[in-house]
Each structure stands twice: as structure tokens, then as C-alpha cells.
Design a protein around this ligand. Structure first.
Ligand code: V47
Length: 361
């Protein structure tokens, strides 16, 4: 009698609404039939989101690349020491100027992150949020990774809860998913030893959820980690999501290798990008949305991702440094007609969404 393949076993479980195990997810990474794996991920995606694929009109701003962890996070091509001629820092006027322009083009969300700046006070971040809300009370502010939140709490000598409370009063609406990298200690020891631990990253997100603030989760893959580490990462997220339900989307980030201390590793392949996306869709049964991020994987692979389990192609972006400094060849921005075209060509219905996945008519 012919042996049942891992894909057949998983297909049966998934179609019956059963959760797959970590061991099965690891085995799926060795599955050769990428098309069939993609079809299963696509089926899961359709069960959750129908034929919809989402995008938003957003604007990224990196407030500063000056970071106390410069050269400590080996994958980072963005961070600079204070005094470096390529270091930058934006004054509050910059947000007003850039966002006034962007609001005219219909942005509904601003995505703000930056380095761990040695000199800025906590008030700088609060004033930044207040000045943006003054400009537009309706503009959703998704800002600061868990790594920054931990840094601010130490800077202001506040608990994480108090830090969130102050930021939310000033205008913070949700948290992006950055800084997660790979959560396992032994991988962090190799790539970002001095960054907060994976446990702390999860704790901060869970605190944000307990205060009623939603967030996203990322995974930086394609460097020194093993397949087991990717699955362990997704498993920790799945367990956290079982506890809080506060994550909105999962975003796999393909490692971009230029201008950093891990450049010898090279680029991820399209097959690995699509396989990782598809397995994340199948494994993370308690995440409603999976994003295919066109800046790290490139526009072509990101578009294919819409047939491999992703229901969200992120947004217009407009201004991105972190991955472009690491060699991303994508443009700085995608227009709305282009995003709608990419989605339509993939056979899905394009829908502009707000930051909580409500459709904007
Ligand atoms: O935290 C850093 C990653 C993240 C590299 O929440 C790199 O909606 C690839 O978090 N190659 C920032 N990635 C981006 C991010 C994000 C992006 C899109 C949407 C959302 C969201 C969040 O970029 C960092 C780090 O994990 N990163 N260097 C690199 N060389």
C-alpha cells in the first residue's frame, strides 16, 4: 500500500479544521510539491477571508537611524552611531511637512519606527504622537516595536503598562510587528545578542493586547536560523495568540543581505519565500491575516504570495529605509492602481482597508 505523504496528512487535518503540529510544519518545509502546498494555503486563506485581498494607503517614517545597538544586530544595515555622517534624526516639523502632503493623497495610517537613540527624551516620542494627531485626529498611528517600547520604559523609568498608557494618551493606536527576528535564544545570540529576548518581545505584545491595543508579528528568516527555529517562532506566536487574540497579522520578512554584517549569507529564493508564506498560513490557524511584504520579497514574489496564503499586500509605504539600505531593489512607493492591478492579476478582489481590516468603501 502506498504511504501517505506529509502533505496528504496535513491536507486532511486542515480541511477538517484541525491544527497541525510543529513536527508536521517542519516536514512541510521538505515538501517538494510547492504548487499543491500553495493550493492548500490558498484554500485556508479563502476560508478565512473569502476572495478578498487587502492593501492600505499608508506612509512609513523612520524617525532616526541613530541606535545604541549599531553593529550589534548583524542583519541591520540601517543603524548608525551618533556622529556618523549618514546618521539622521527628524525634528517634529518633518512629520507635519511629510504627513500634510501624504494626507492629501489619502493616507489612513502612518507606520513609525526608528533606532534606539541615546539622547532623545521620552517627551520627544510623546510630542511626535501629539503633533501628528493635531494634524489629523483620524490618522491611525502604528508605531514603535516592542524593542523601542522596552527602551522607552527604561528611559522614562516606567513600567511597560505605564509606558503604553502615556503613549496611548498621546495618540498611539497600534504596534507594528518588528523586532521579533527569530525568537529562539540561540539564534538571537548569533544575530542580535544585545536586543531584548524573544520572551520579552512576546511579553510586551501580550501587555499591549491586555490593554486593548492590537499589534502585528513579523519573522525575519533566511539567515542563520534552521527550519526548526522558524517553526518554533511561529509556534510561540500561535501560543501567544491563543492567550490574547491580539495579533492582527503575521508578516514573514525575507532577509535582505546588503551592507550588513551577514552579507555573505546572500538572498532568499523565491521558492523559500513562497513555501514559508504558505506554511505560515497553514500553521497559524488563529491569525486572521498574513501579509506578503513587497519591500523585502520583491514585487513579483509578493504578488505570487497572494496565491500562496497571503490576503494582504501591505501598503503604499512611500518612504522606507530599513530594507532599502539592506539592498531591497523595490521602489519606495507603490501606487494604489498598481496595488489593485497586482491583486486583480492574482485573481483576487482588491479592497482598501483601514488599520483594523475594515473595508474602506
Ligand atoms: O524589525 C531589519 C527587519 C523590521 C533587515 O507591522 C530586515 O505591519 C530584512 O517590522 N532584511 C522592520 N528585514 C519592518 C517591520 C514591518 C514591515 C512591514 C509591516 C509591518 C507591520 C512591520 O525589518 C525590523 C527587522 O526585523 N529587518 N533588517 C534586513 N536586512
Amino acid at each position: 500500500m502506498a504511504q501517505t505523504s506529509i502533505l496528504e496528512t496535513v491536507e486532511e487535518k486542515v480541511r477538517q479544521g484541525e491544527r497541525i503540529t510543529e513536527h508536521e510544519a517542519v516536514q512541510l518545509f521538505n515538501e517538494k510539491d510547492l504548487t499543491r502546498l500553495g493550493q492548500l494555503a490558498d484554500w485556508v486563506c479563502t476560508q478565512k477571508n473569502g476572495n478578498h485581498a487587502y492593501y492600505n494607503i499608508n506612509h512609513h517614517i523612520d524617525y532616526s537611524n541613530i541606535c545604541v545597538l549599531t553593529d550589534k544586530c548583524k542583519f541591520c544595515a540601517f543603524a548608525k552611531y551618533e556622529g556618523d555622517p549618514d546618521g539622521f534624526f527628524h525634528s517634529l516639523d518633518y512629520y507635519t511637512e511629510r504627513l500634510t502632503e501624504a494626507l492629501k493623497e489619502g493616507i489612513t495610517e502612518v507606520h513609525i519606527v526608528g533606532g534606539l537613540h541615546p539622547k532623545l527624551s521620552f517627551d520627544y516620542y510623546l510630542d511626535m504622537l501629539r503633533s501628528i494627531k493635531k494634524l489629523s485626529a483620524d490618522l491611525h498611528i502604528k508605531a514603535f516595536t516592542a524593542v523601542e517600547i522596552d527602551f522607552f520604559a527604561r528611559l522614562a523609568r516606567l513600567s511597560i503598562e505605564e509606558t503604553f498608557q502615556a503613549l496611548r494618551e498621546a495618540g498611539l493606536d497600534s504596534m507594528p510587528g518588528g523586532g521579533a527576528e527569530i525568537l529562539a535564544r540561540h539564534v538571537r545570540d548569533k544575530i542580535c545578542k544585545e536586543k531584548i529576548s524573544g520572551e520579552r518581545w512576546l511579553e510586551i505584545h501580550e501587555i499591549s493586547h491586555s490593554l486593548g491595543m492590537r499589534s502585528n508579528a513579523t519573522m525575519l528568516y533566511g539567515h542563520v536560523e534552521q527550519i526548526e527555529d522558524r517553526v518554533d517562532h511561529m509556534n510561540r506566536l500561535r501560543e501567544a495568540q491563543d492567550r490574547t487574540g491580539g495579533f492582527m497579522s503575521f508578516i514573514p520578512l525575507a532577509f535582505n543581505p546588503d551592507n550588513n554584517l551577514m552579507s555573505d549569507i546572500g538572498w532568499t529564493s523565491g521558492v523559500d519565500d513562497l513555501r514559508t508564506l504558505a506554511i505560515s498560513r497553514i500553521f497559524l490557524d488563529n491569525f486572521q491575516h498574513i501579509k506578503t511584504y513587497w519591500i523585502t520579497s520583491g514585487i513579483g514574489v509578493a504578488q505570487l504570495g497572494l496565491n500562496f496564503g497571503a490576503d494582504d499586500i501591505h501598503g503604499t509605504v512611500r518612504e522606507e529605509n530599513i530594507t532599502h539600505m539592506a539592498g531591497s531593489k523595490t521602489p519606495q512607493a507603490l501606487t494604489v492602481p498598481r496595488m489593485r492591478q497586482l491583486i486583480q492579476e492574482a485573481g483576487r478582489e482588491p479592497h482598501e482597508r483601514d488599520s483594523f481590516y475594515n473595508i474602506i468603501q
